[in-house]
Design a protein around this ligand. Structure first.
Ligand SMILES: Cc1cc2nc3c(=O)[nH]c(=O)nc-3n(C[C@H](O)[C@H](O)[C@H](O)COP(=O)(O)OP(=O)(O)OC[C@H]3O[C@@H](n4cnc5c(N)ncnc54)[C@H](O)[C@@H]3O)c2cc1C
Length: 409
């Protein structure tokens, strides 16, 4: 029987990235090559790659780096599992980025001297009941049509891969290329790698405006002063609209809230080996013994409340899939905002204002898409143009169709 000791769970508690004793810049430089606004995974990845190219780069965040949406995320690199009908352009970018994750990880671990809990056991999607099998089969057909790395599993085979699942499992899909990382460790490693490459990081420094001169962006302004830059990049995620609105740039980004929780596993409860999705939830085992359970999808604006409905959906979902969850401790529960554009795909590149670039709107896939985004912005800054799959995700695409004419991806 479970024992009920008195214990308070800090509802809304944020699991912080590990503390970092690295040196930080104290004085805002008068001039840099590139100023990046936002130190989530997107801004830091871009800053790190550009600093590695030898450019002088300053990254500014009004909070601690990595504590925006990036901290709320699960860390799945799930190009195949996330693929839905109609999302072919996004799939090309996702597959490109998934392939880039290997060299990105190697370079990041080398530059930072840290491990990021990259786990390559793949991802399994399961139908827990017979009436879920047809819907899973439909998803599999879409994956096969897109030539994705996905294998159909009978129920016995699926359960053999994850014996902790409540039996009998009806069917499964195994996506062996869909791996995962720990976003908290990625943020901490990015900070170190960026600093190691000579980047300047300003945390708890709010950018109050983008400086303009003769119609061109000239850097950023914050309370402590201004930093002139040849190129300014806005990577403020779900807050990108507010960063750009004063310049008259309207971008179709809205917050799509997700609630998630971390369970603490033990030797008695065991943990999963790989990421497992059911129809209700995904469960992502981390090497430190946590099991992340996510995530709700709520179109409720900027409202971070942890709700009974959200918590119940997650707890019911995990309890239904994993009997041993009954004995797992709830370590934390939180919410975050996916930066979601009108077509659920990122917005990369030019803004229409010379010298001002944008990398936002990564929705459910910012961790997966970070390497391809950083490579695209690096190419744009260094060569003056983006090529490949990233070039299809410019802001200009929204001018071509009526507002809110989103496609499902
Ligand atoms: C519950 C949940 C689960 C998710 N799971 C996954 C997953 O498994 N895999 C995946 O690929 N993606 C996942 N995502 C999506 C992913 O987390 C996001 O797409 C990604 O983190 C976006 O990164 P970002 O750097 O654009 O934004 P953020 O991490 O939010 O960074 C933006 C930064 O800008 C700063 N900022 C804002 N305004 C200013 C200003 N004026 N001045 C200075 N700084 C400013 C903020 O403080 C913030 O740190 C998940 C999201 C949620 C909510």
């Amino acid at each position: 029987m479970a024992s009920f000791e008195s214990k308070t769970i800090d509802i809304g508690a944020r699991l912080r990235p590990p503390a970092d004793a690295e040196r930080r810049a104290s004085r805002i430089p008068a001039t840099v090559d590139v100023a990046v606004v936002g130190a989530g995974i997107i801004g830091l990845s871009i800053g790190w790659r550009l600093a590695a190219r030898g450019l002088s780069v300053a990254v500014f965040d009004r909070a601690e780096a990595g504590t925006g949406t990036t901290l709320a995320s699960t860390g799945m690199l799930a190009a195949a599992a996330e693929h839905e009908a109609g999302g072919d352009d996004l799939l090309a970018l996702a597959l490109d980025s998934q392939a880039r994750w290997h060299p990105y990880r190697e370079a990041l671990e080398a530059d930072s001297g840290m491990k990021i809990d990259y786990r390559g056991e793949g991802t399994m999607l399961v139908a827990l009941a017979r009436d879920e099998v047809e819907r899973l089969r439909f998803r599999f057909e879409i994956q096969k049509r897109a030539n994705l790395d996905a294998r159909w599993l009978g129920g016995v085979e699926a359960r053999a891969l994850e014996p902790g699942l409540r039996g009998p499992v009806a069917a499964g899909i195994f996506c062996s290329s869909d791996h995962q990382v720990d976003p908290r460790l990625v943020s901490a490693a990015l900070k170190r790698a960026f600093l190691a490459r000579g980047g300047l990081l300003f945390e708890n420094v709010e950018v109050v405006s983008i400086d303009r001169e003769a119609g061109r962006a000239r850097g950023i302004v914050c309370a402590a002063g201004a930093c002139r830059a040849t190129t300014t990049i806005v990577a403020t995620g779900v807050w990108s609209g507010e960063t750009l609105a004063p310049l008259g740039i309207d971008i179709p980004i809205r917050p799509l809230k997700g609630q998630a929780l971390a369970l603490k596993t033990s030797r008695q409860t065991g943990n999963l080996t790989r990421v497992v999705w059911t129809e209700q939830i995904h469960m992502s085992p981390k090497s430190d013994g946590r099991l992340i359970v996510g995530a709700t999808m709520e179109d409720t604006g900027f409202n971070a409340a942890i709700t009974v409905g959200g918590a119940l959906a997650l707890l019911e979902g995990v309890h239904r899939a994993l009997p041993s969850s009954e004995e797992m401790e709830i370590e934390a529960i939180w919410s975050g905002y996916r930066p979601t554009s009108d077509d659920d795909a990122p917005i990369l590149g030019e803004t229409g204002v010379p010298g001002l670039l944008l990398a936002t709107g990564h929705h459910r896939n910012g961790i997966l898409l970070a390497p391809a985004t950083a490579a695209a912005l690096e190419e744009l800054v260094v060569n003056g143009a983006m090529s490949g799959s990233a070039s299809r995700f410019g802001l200009a695409r929204f001018a071509k169709r009526p507002a809110h004419a989103g496609v499902a991806t």
